[in-house]
Design a binder for this molecule. Structure first.
Ligand SMILES: *Cc1c(COP(=O)(O)O)cnc(C)c1O
Length: 381
């Protein structure tokens, strides 16, 4: 089955009891048993839910894995992966990680004796050097947020496999339409389904997909034992969103490419960050491991002040100033004061996140409207 068919059909078939074409929302906490222990595969809804099962099977197919495991948020999925580790184990992660993942590794799991080391993964040597006998997990995010660095997934997985270390790729920014890390050697792929998978900015949801049965069994155990499960209504909404994943992401990437090209030509712009550009440091790797270059575009202004950035934010009409990404609507954010405010200024600037740095999540509106909107905002500077 090809990707566009999978989004609609994989794991989904008419409901066996009624023939309902769309997967019903099984809004129940428990299931009738025909005598003690004699049930239809469903006992209690933390453990199993039919709406969730359909979504899990659909996600497994999209990521070319065998097992999907869903959670109440992307960070709940992240914590399940780390809960597979024990005190004394180490994680190596990208140094420009999603802020919530960084916070969880350091401030939550640090308390339980799990140590995280953060390295620039665009240089593979840094990863090899950080490995110790306690390293159990390598955590990759690519493209990274918000400077859109690209990490070579296959190369990292080779390094990890040679040492018996598992690799988890946070595939939120790419979505499985653009990139399937399990095909590149990753053991675990993780999503904040809040973003592209759901795609309509109306659900918080997380997902994991794996190939290996032993890893899946451990994650199903944690899903039930820790209990951060998603509600059936949210599973339904993510399933509905996925039916148009390929259409949305394709259009958003096409729009992003045109927006990025426009920004390059505007005289108020200093730098544009977008992996489709040959000048982008990760361009060749992105070309190798991604189908298109994504719909996130970042840029900085020649007038490198918060006031200039804020003026652009206030002037745009179709780009809503908000956190998050991956919805049908275009968003704009100012990482220095929003998503990355907790990073010390010096470190932020070193990573390129200067005071005028802005991040776009390009949506699926008409691209001429999007470009005209950015143009009037930039012209006002
Ligand atoms: C949003 C996000 C998360 C966290 O997901 P939630 O659904 O908000 O818990 C993790 N990783 C990345 C890359 C994200 O963008």
């Amino acid at each position: 089955m090809k990707f566009a068919t999978k989004t609609i059909h994989a794991g989904v078939s008419p409901d066996p009891s009624t023939g309902a074409v769309m997967t019903p929302i099984y809004q129940t906490s428990t299931y009738a048993q025909d005598g003690a222990g004699n049930h239809k595969g469903f006992e209690y809804a933390r453990t199993q839910n039919p709406t969730r099962n359909v979504l899990q099977n659909n996600l497994a197919a999209l990521e070319n894995g065998n097992y999907g495991i869903c959670f109440s948020s992307g960070l709940a999925a992240t914590s399940a992966v780390v809960q597979m580790l024990s005190s004394g184990d180490e994680i190596i992660a990208s140094d420009d990680l999603y802020g919530g993942t960084y916070r969880q590794f350091v401030r939550v799991f640090g308390r339980f004796g799990i140590k995280a080391k953060f390295v620039d993964m665009t240089n593979l040597e840094n990863v090899s050097q950080a490995i110790s006998e306690n390293t159990k997990l390598i955590w990759v995010e690519t493209p990274t947020n918000p400077t859109l660095n690209i990490v070579d997934i296959a190369a990292i997985c080779d390094i990890a496999r040679a040492k018996g270390i598992k690799t988890c790729v946070d595939n939120t920014f790419a979505s499985p339409y653009l990139q399937t890390p399990l095909d590149l050697g990753a053991d675990i792929v993780l999503h904040s389904a809040t973003k592209y998978l759901n795609g309509h900015s109306d659900v918080i949801h997380g997902a994991i997909v794996v190939k290996d049965k032993a890893i899946a069994d451990e994650l199903y155990f944690l899903q039930n034992a820790v209990g951060a499960v998603p509600a059936p209504q949210d599973c339904f909404l993510v399933l509905r969103g996925i039916k148009t994943l390929h259409l949305r992401v394709q259009r958003a990437c096409e729009n992003a490419e045109k927006v990025a090209e426009f920004l390059l030509t505007h005289d108020k712009i200093d730098k544009v960050y977008y992996p489709a550009f040959k000048s982008h440091k990760g361009h060749e790797i992105a070309k190798k491991q991604m189908r298109m270059f994504g719909a996130m575009v970042s840029f900085s202004l020649k007038t490198d002040t918060f006031e200039a950035a804020n003026q652009v934010l206030r002037k745009v009409e179709y780009f809503t100033c908000a956190e998050s990404l991956g919805g049908v609507e275009s968003l704009i954010g100012h990482p220095a004061t929003m998503t990355h405010a907790s990073i010390p200024k010096e470190q932020r600037h070193k990573n390129g996140i200067t005071d005028s740095f802005l991040r776009l999540s390009v949506g699926v509106e008409d691209v001429e409207d999007l470009i005209a909107d950015l143009k009037q905002a930039l012209d006002s500077l």
